[in-house]
Write a protein that binds this ligand. Structure first.
Ligand code: ZN
Ligand code: ZN
Length: 256
């Protein structure tokens, strides 16, 4: 059984056939899906929560993506604090820094990131981190502003970065990139990630694994990533799937 630890089922590319997508996920053994609540950014940040209300296998996160940091108003933080108490919200994010696209000014991205870390800590929810071309700043902000469980989503770092994130207590979540030909570094990181810190995700509709690369990704396709992960770790796909699907994360929620 698999858990997709990160996807965007509220994306409009799923609006016509979400039920079929979820049927295929179930048929592929994907029994639980964390859908990310960042949507198109504030003020509308509850789309994932509404989906989670409709489907028993879906849980949700809430947060503001670094791309949307520029849209944040004081009210946004109020809205987030109101949403986190929803019983199907199990994580905060994806939050972080994206210096590749720079859709929001870096200074604003850092401010919004730090403020959301504060909320996540207050409400005792694990965080899910998006970081792109911003590793050093991400790590230094986390070191100074956060201690608690978290996930490095779509982890594509090298083994040195993997060790750094693991030392901070993070889970590393591997997605379709792991299957790409050029991603030897990522596979090397996957080799050294302990069983109890390993997660799998699709980031659907983005980043479909080989052999679906370029198509719309969906939760059922995470089986391809799991298969590659099993090869890399010299184990079985069942072992990879069975390993701690969000368990520690769910636990931290129920300790609340
Ligand atoms: Zn992301
Ligand atoms: Zn994402």
């Amino acid at each position: 059984m698999f858990v997709d630890s990160h996807c965007h089922l509220d994306d409009k590319r799923f609006s016509d056939d979400l039920d079929a997508v979820l049927d295929r996920a179930a048929a592929a053994g994907v029994s639980r899906i964390l859908t990310i609540g960042t949507g198109d950014g504030p003020p509308e940040i509850d789309r994932a929560v509404r989906l989670a209300e409709r489907y028993p296998q879906i849980v949700a996160s809430v947060g503001v993506h670094p791309h949307d940091a520029g849209k944040v108003k004081p009210q946004t933080y109020e809205d987030l604090r109101a949403l986190v108490s929803h019983p199907k919200v199990i994580a905060f994010g994806e939050i972080g820094l994206d210096y590749h696209y720079d859709f929001s000014p870096r200074e604003v991205q850092r401010e919004v990131f730090i403020e959301q870390l504060r909320i996540a800590k207050d409400v005792n929810l694990p965080i899910t981190i998006h970081t792109r071309e911003a590793w050093e700043d991400t790590m230094s902000i986390l070191r100074q502003n956060y201690s608690g469980p978290g996930i490095m989503h779509c982890f594509t770092g090298d083994p040195a970065q993997a060790r750094e994130a693991l030392a901070l207590g993070f889970h590393l979540s591997y997605g379709g990139v792991l299957t790409f030909k050029t991603a030897e570094n990522v596979r090397e990181s996957a080799r050294i990630t302990p069983d109890d810190r390993l997660l799998i995700e699709t980031d659907a509709p983005y980043l479909a694994p080989i052999p679906h690369r370029g198509k719309r990704n969906e939760p059922a396709m995470m089986v391809e990533t799991a298969r590659r992960l099993a090869e890399v770790r010299e184990t079985t796909i069942e072992a990879v799937g069975a390993s701690r699907p969000l368990t520690s994360i769910d636990c931290s929620r129920s300790n609340k």
